[in-house]
Write a protein that binds this ligand. Structure first.
Ligand SMILES: C[S@@+](CC[C@H](N)C(=O)[O-])C[C@H]1O[C@@H](n2cnc3c(N)ncnc32)[C@H](O)[C@@H]1O
Length: 291
């Protein structure tokens, strides 16, 4: 793996997914292929891996790393999982992995407008073919909708103050760059501690732009329809909102007799991983077996 993106909870994912020889697996967030590479080591010559990502740039790099006739890479969203399987003539799979959110490669590419350090245009689209970006949310959403998004997706208790500052500013001039927005937020609420005051707002905008919660729900639903009995679902989430969706999905599936949870509590990185890869700190891995 390059230093661009270290796969999170790699050993733990492989243990939980427990890929079998000759099995077919979906890596629904193939990214740079870190987890996929390990899955390929376990599934033998007759195994198959379908790697999906909505970001064509990530797939371009991964195609070289996963150059293997057992691998099929497809651009698409979680909502496309069944259509992708249909187009490949695959009826059912032995496991599905979701490693949610964005990769370091996406975050570090300042031109993609995910980072508040970027002077580039507010963007945050994982799929650059999508028309709607963070610029549209910040400049066109009504005040009440912006407050709702910041509260719900960013758990930002200072949402009303931040949104007031955004609305005041944009009544004079559009908010074009990430750094411009970060500065508006900094001036509205000041800085306390080490975390930049724009962090939660940026998380909320990213979730809204990429419809991450709706996507997660449709991905989880699709995984139920495509997994064989005994197939395994593994999900790594990075914030409490996502983790709650996954936890409730597995709990409801267990109540309805469709899923058997594989762990009671989510698996988290050990101290060493957190030290080596600080972006793993908030990771939580949950899994369940299809009944
Ligand atoms: C954390 S990275 C995955 C990294 C990967 N596991 C690895 O080891 O290289 C998340 C990836 O999922 C993709 N992604 C996020 N949401 C998606 C969605 N709804 N549909 C398809 N891909 C998505 C992102 O574009 C990103 O490349």
């Amino acid at each position: 793996m390059t230093a661009e993106h270290l796969p999170v909870l790699l050993r733990e994912v492989v243990e939980m997914l427990a890929p079998v020889q000759g099995g077919t697996y979906i890596d629904a967030t193939v990214g740079l292929g870190g987890h996929s590479e390990e899955i390929l080591k376990m599934i033998g010559r007759n195994g198959r891996l379908i790697g999906i990502d909505r970001d064509e740039k990530a797939l371009a790099g991964t195609a070289a790393r996963l150059d293997d006739d057992r691998v099929t890479l497809k651009q698409g969203r979680f909502a496309d999982i069944e259509a992708i399987l249909g187009s490949l003539g695959v009826m059912a799979v032995d496991g599905v992995l979701f490693d949610l959110g964005v990769s370091m490669m996406q975050l570090k590419d300042l031109a993609r407008g995910f980072s508040f350090r970027s002077d580039d245009r507010l963007d945050m689209r994982m799929d650059s073919g999508q028309m709607f970006s963070a610029w549209d949310v910040v400049n066109a959403y009504e005040e009440k909708d912006l407050i709702r998004i910041l509260k719900e997706y960013g758990e930002e208790y200072r949402a009303p103050r931040i949104v007031k500052a955004i609305v005041n500013y944009r009544s004079r001039k559009s908010i074009d760059s990430c750094a411009e927005l970060a500065d508006i937020i900094f001036r509205a609420v000041g800085r306390r501690g080490r975390i930049h005051p724009a962090t939660k707002t940026f998380q909320a905008l990213r979730i809204e732009v990429n419809r991450e919660i709706e996507e997660l729900r449709s991905g989880l639903d699709a995984s139920m329809r495509v997994m064989k009995g005994g197939g395994r679902l593994c999900v790594i989430s990075y914030h409490s909102l996502e983790d709650r969706v996954v936890k409730n999905f597995i709990r409801d599936g267990a109540k309805e007799g469709r899923l058997r949870p594989l762990v009671k509590k989510p698996v988290v990185p050990d101290i060493r991983e957190m030290r080596e890869n600080p972006s793993s700190r908030s990771a939580k891995l949950r899994g369940a077996e299809r009944i």
